[in-house]
Design a protein. Structure first.
Length: 363
């Protein structure tokens, strides 16, 4: 009975907080509608300049082929390599393609002319992808047509689960986890610290309400709030990107609920050891950023150094992201996400128990 009244009190406080209402609506819209475009994994619009030392019909055909590619933004031809390099130094170009003298003559004689592709590799990913795109175009043009046609006919590529290689399909489900971290982790933690600063928590401390009831009353409303935010995310993913869950939404909600259990407990643990809003925010955001960056949200976990890869086994966000991508993108079932469910359950039990035990009711 006491728990019910305490939950009702929390719901009234949430209802009277206009900032919270705006946050629940604006935050999902911003994260789901803006971030997938900003954090696009595709590499396009690579600025390129060409140095054509041959000025032949065949070399100009290659130049026009480069110009027609949708991966590159053609910035024109330069008279010399030094002029083209100056464009890279001025950040006006990313790739230089230099065609040698006698390009057409050597090609007609069956030789393989040496073409230089110089890439600005300050951004390693962009540089590597730009070089790969350009090498593909050059190889197709320079290699013997019959040989290249034969090799192409013998290679068949099948893209599973994401046939259009759309990076948004990779990012959108994972961003839902980031929203849950904020709503179910940061908000309840900052709520308790705010009550400490205003002194209202002392009114609860002098009542016979137990620690378990008090903590649960603080957590349960935010668990439901997290599920509401997830529902908003599903609707936005469908309306904005046409992305729907391939598997069962029930498993997605279960993963979301377990992550909410985990981070709500984690947030309360931080609030129990900090007395001011500044302290709590600094510690909380430090851990949230680290957990987010080390979770595999932006890069595959197996591409990390071994020591970083091993940290994913103690990172609840990593379990959630792997689980939701398995269900949302691949259509996985219960057996497919069983390791993630078990991992999140262990973390949720650990942090919620720690939150209850570390709360000092009579300070």
């Amino acid at each position: 009975m006491r728990l019910r009244y305490l939950i009702y009190k929390e719901l009234l406080q949430m209802k009277r907080n206009p900032f919270l209402k705006v946050l629940v609506l604006i935050y999902p819209v911003f994260i789901m509608c803006v971030m997938p475009w900003v954090m696009n994994m595709e590499v396009k619009n690579i600025a390129i300049v060409v140095v054509d030392n041959d000025r032949s019909t065949l070399s100009q055909q290659l130049v026009h082929r480069i110009e027609a590619s949708h991966y590159f933004v053609f910035k024109g031809e330069k008279a010399s390599y030094s002029d083209a390099l100056n464009d890279i130094e001025q950040s006006e170009a990313d790739v230089i393609v230099e065609l040698p003298d006698h390009f057409e003559r050597d090609r007609m004689q069956g030789k393989q002319p040496q073409i230089l592709v110089a890439v600005n590799a300050v951004n390693g990913t962009k540089g590597a992808m730009g070089a790969a795109y350009m090498n593909r175009i050059v190889t197709e043009h320079v290699s013997a047509d019959a040989l290249f046609s034969t090799l192409t006919d013998r290679v068949s590529t099948l893209y599973l689960y994401n046939k259009h290689l759309d990076s948004k399909l990779f990012m959108v489900p994972a961003l839902m986890g980031i929203l849950l971290m904020m709503v179910c982790g940061a908000l309840p933690a900052l709520n308790i610290v705010a009550e400490k600063e205003t002194g209202t928590i002392e009114a609860i401390n002098v009542t016979p309400v137990g620690k378990f009831s008090f903590i649960m009353a603080k957590l349960i409303p935010y668990w439901f709030l997290g599920l509401i935010v997830m529902t908003i995310c599903f609707v936005l993913a469908w309306l904005v990107y046409g992305i729907t869950c391939v598997g069962s939404l029930g498993w997605v909600y279960l993963l979301a609920l377990l992550l909410a259990f985990c981070f709500s407990g984690f947030g309360l643990v931080i609030s129990n050891y900090n007395q001011t809003m500044q302290q709590a925010m600094f510690v909380l955001w430090f851990f949230l950023v680290v957990l987010m960056l080390m979770s595999g949200l932006f890069t595959p976990v197996r591409s990390m150094p071994r020591w970083a890869y091993l940290t994913t086994f103690v990172n609840p966000v990593s379990y959630f992201i792997e689980g939701i991508r398995t269900v949302f993108v691949r259509g996985g079932d219960f057996q497919s996400i069983l390791p993630q469910l078990l991992g999140l359950s262990v973390f949720a039990l650990f942090f919620d128990t720690w939150a209850i035990l570390s709360y000092r009711k009579n300070e």
